[in-house]
Design a binder for this molecule. Structure first.
Ligand SMILES: [Mg+2]
Length: 234
């Protein structure tokens, strides 16, 4: 039976991991401090700084110490809510200024369009915040792709390697798991999805891993491009 909904990961699946690591994270490291100094009185920024101050005990008026905390978290890749929210604001600024566009592999948009034409609903499930996901597809190298997706899920439904997260996902999409197909570059995420009965395809981008796809073995079907995904054969 063909899936009725397809859920895709972003990093390593629709898009290069390098874009996020080498462009987005580097940009945030560079511009977050000045962004905070400049906008700390504005409502959205002020709210995050207040919450950061409450959670760490750093006095709200000590802007530089708050910035230092955020920089430490960025180095440690700590995904605190405040850091994620503030990073999202800085990334939005970068996208709007045209500093970069989100990377999408060229085989992706055509396939998404083909699935939409076949009446399939598309969703995203990624560890980036929902806001960051929307920005990503809004400012992509293929233009604004946001409307292709019926919904965006982040780790507020659960961590990506946990089985319960995929139960939650199916519940949100309101379909039986076997009507859903999940695409990811991480086998452990696919294992968790398959454990609840969701169909899976392992997307292994040779551009990312240098892996020889023909030599990989897995319980999940393996492709190196969206063009090779045949939903009628799953
Ligand atoms: Mg991934």
């Amino acid at each position: 039976m063909k899936p009725i909904a397809i859920v895709t990961d972003i990093e390593g699946t629709t898009s290069s991991i390098r874009f996020v690591k080498d462009i987005l994270f580097v940009y945030a490291e560079q511009f977050l401090p000045d962004f905070i100094r400049k906008h700390k009185e504005e409502r959205d920024v002020a709210r995050q700084l207040r919450s950061l101050s409450d959670n760490t005990g750093i006095p709200l008026k000590n802007t530089e110490a708050l910035i230092e905390q955020l920089r430490r978290w960025m180095r440690e890749d700590n995904k605190s809510t405040e850091l994620k929210a503030l990073q999202g604001m800085v990334w939005e600024m970068g996208y709007q200024r045209g500093e970069y566009q989100a990377h999408i592999y060229p085989d992706v948009p055509d396939k998404l369009r083909e699935w939409l034409d076949a009446g399939i609903n598309l969703y995203v499930y990624s560890s980036g915040s929902e806001k960051a996901q929307r920005l990503f597809f809004r400012y992509s190298v293929f233009g604004d792709l946001r409307l292709m997706f019926a919904g965006y899920f982040d780790t507020s439904i659960g961590p990506k390697k946990e089985v319960q997260s995929y139960r939650n996902l199916a519940e949100w999409i309101a379909l039986p798991p076997e009507d859903i197909l999940f695409l990811s570059d991480v086998e452990a995420e696919l294992d968790a999805a398959a454990a609840v009965g969701i169909k899976t395809v392992w997307v292994v981008r040779p551009q990312e891993t240098g892996a020889d796809v023909t030599k990989l073995k897995s319980r999940h079907p393996i492709v190196s491009s969206f063009a090779d995904i045949r939903i009628e054969e799953l």
